[in-house]
Design a binder for this molecule. Structure first.
Ligand code: N01
Length: 484
């Protein structure tokens, strides 16, 4: 039997594995559904893929890197991921091509059985579920979508064997992935139809290459990487004041975004079409210098909601206005299942409790990490640990303080199991929902992937990354049911 099974080998899984190794816990494995390790930055290889939070923050705090750009591109992010995997010899710990199909808790033994699509089962005392908050691609159920005879794929699963040069292409969605993809492919395709349901706020992208002088400083004085990271962190952290306490402050940034529109687009009709009518920050704020100019290219056509996708047929898309658009390729840049279905395989806890039943009114967990009725089970990037202003990795590393403390204590004190108490988890989540109620995400006048259909926000943490970390550091064992 294993001590720990980590599900997923993205940043969450990799950092968990390193921290286990650092405390000399070797009896663990990682299970990865894909054919390579790396998670997000292996999967999301669409043209133009890059971070939209500075690279310094998109790296593990104790594994700084000498990045070549302020906002690293996918290839460099994957290079960093592989560097860390190899440095800590994690490949030998990882079983690839092994999607998890079900998790079942065994109360008598205090262990978890992990069922997989390879039909092999595994047993462990602890589960660290690091399958990712944005890992289940969402493809809307457009009428006739499966009848299309051309090529189609989601940005999250780009088919690099397909050459889109000189092809007639449609991209559905204008979110974070789309604004990176559109300017990159527009110069190569014959025709690009962009389907925007709701405009997003887009700020200029303050990206640049780091100079060789700057990189030399980081190389010879590694503490400067830490300094740069801290500087970037605090520059972004204060934005919570606007998101949470005073959304009106975001109007200052909205002015900058409007200038980005007028600078990037000359046509006033097109300018109107891309200008949002909700408070900035309500949806994730995007950054790009190239998105707006690309919409004005002669081979690009922007379709708004009135002119959106009505149905899909074997030749292409029929729009709401009845126009038939013949296509070679449809790209779904339609995002992920994030607020609902946060773990997509059945998880059966104590007393046969299915997680889907526990979460029937929306996903919740104590500090996004532990769930009553699910002993010895941790979730990374869990409910309400998302952030609109900083890297997800900061939150994951905070969660791992909690995870490692519980695993250490279980080993030291010979616990069979531990579980967060129901009333503690409930009180925490009531507070989170109450804190969320005044934020721009709930009051900004938009519908976003942060929320469930009924408007409940199950994804974002309503505050500073530092306040989340402080809460984690204050966890008390009295809040848990412990069995020896
Ligand atoms: O997805 P999205 P994404 N009919 O949800 C549209 C992270 N990320 O993959 O706004 C028509 O932002 C939808 O329209 P609307 C980042 O956290 C990070 O781009 O709902 N359209 C929207 O335009 C980001 O927020 C990086 O009206 C439909 C688009 O599809 C998150 O991933 C890079 C539709 C979805 O946009 C998700 O980004 C990329 C329908 N039925 C992504 N359903 C980094 O750099 C959806 N849409 C770290």
């Amino acid at each position: 039997m294993l001590d720990v099974i980590i599900i997923g080998s993205g940043f969450g899984g990799i950092t968990s594995a390193i921290l286990l190794k650092k405390r000399n816990i070797q009896n663990f494995i990682l299970l990865e559904r894909d054919e390579e390790m790396g998670g997000t930055w292996w999967r999301n290889s669409y043209p133009g893929a890059a971070v939209d939070v500075q690279s310094q923050l998109y790296s593990i705090s104790f594994e700084p890197y000498n990045w070549t750009r302020l906002f690293a591109e996918q290839a460099e992010l994957l290079e960093y991921t592989n560097h860390v995997i190899d440095k800590y010899q994690l490949r030998e710990k990882c079983t690839l091509n092994t999607p998890v199909t079900k998790l079942q808790y065994n109360e008598t033994k205090g262990t978890w059985t992990v069922y997989t699509a390879t039909e092999k089962t595994y047993e462990a005392r602890f589960i660290i579920n690091a399958s990712g908050g944005l890992s289940q691609a969402k493809i809307p159920n457009f009428e006739g979508k499966d009848t299309f005879e051309g090529k189609r794929f989601h940005t999250n699963r780009w088919d690099h064997s397909y050459d889109y040069t000189n092809k007639k292409v449609a991209i559905i969605g204008t979110g974070a992935s789309a604004v990176q993809t559109i300017p990159t492919i527009a110069p190569k395709v014959k025709q690009l139809h962009v389907f925007q349901r709701t405009p997003h706020w887009v700020l200029p992208r303050p990206d640049r290459k780091l100079t060789s002088f700057e990189r030399k400083i980081v190389e010879y004085i590694p503490s400067t990487a830490w300094l740069f990271r801290e500087f970037t962190f605090w520059r972004l952290e204060w934005r919570v004041l606007a998101f949470r306490y005073n959304p009106k402050l975001l109007n200052i940034f909205a002015l900058k975004a409007k200038r980005n529109i007028s600078k990037g687009i000359k046509d006033s009709e097109l300018q109107k079409k891309v200008t949002p009518n909700y408070i900035m920050g309500c949806k994730r704020i995007l950054i790009s210098n190239t998105y707006y100019p690309s919409l004005e290219r002669a081979n690009v056509c922007l379709h708004t909601a009135e002119d959106g996708v009505k149905s899909i047929n074997k030749n292409g898309i029929q729009t709401q206005r009845g126009e038939q658009i013949d296509l070679d390729l449809i790209i779904y840049a339609t995002g992920f299942h994030a607020s609902e279905n946060q773990i997509h395989y059945p998880v059966i806890g104590k007393g046969g409790m299915p997680l889907s039943e526990k979460w029937k009114d929306g996903a919740s967990a104590y500090l996004g990490t532990t769930i009553p009725y699910f002993p010895n089970f941790f979730m990374l990037a869990g409910p309400n640990t998302g952030t609109g202003h900083i890297s997800a990795l900061h939150f994951i590393e905070s969660q791992l303080i909690y995870v490692m403390r519980m695993i250490d204590d279980a080993h030291k004190n010979g616990w069979k199991s531990f579980e967060i108490k129901t009333d503690v988890e409930q009180a925490y989540n009531e507070k989170v929902q109450q804190e969320l109620s005044g934020t721009v995400w709930q009051t900004g006048g938009c519908k976003s992937w942060y929320q469930m259909e009924n408007g409940k926000n199950t994804t974002l943490y309503p505050g500073f990354a530092t306040s989340f970390r402080n809460r984690i550091k204050k966890i008390t064992l009295d809040d848990h049911l412990i069995k020896k």
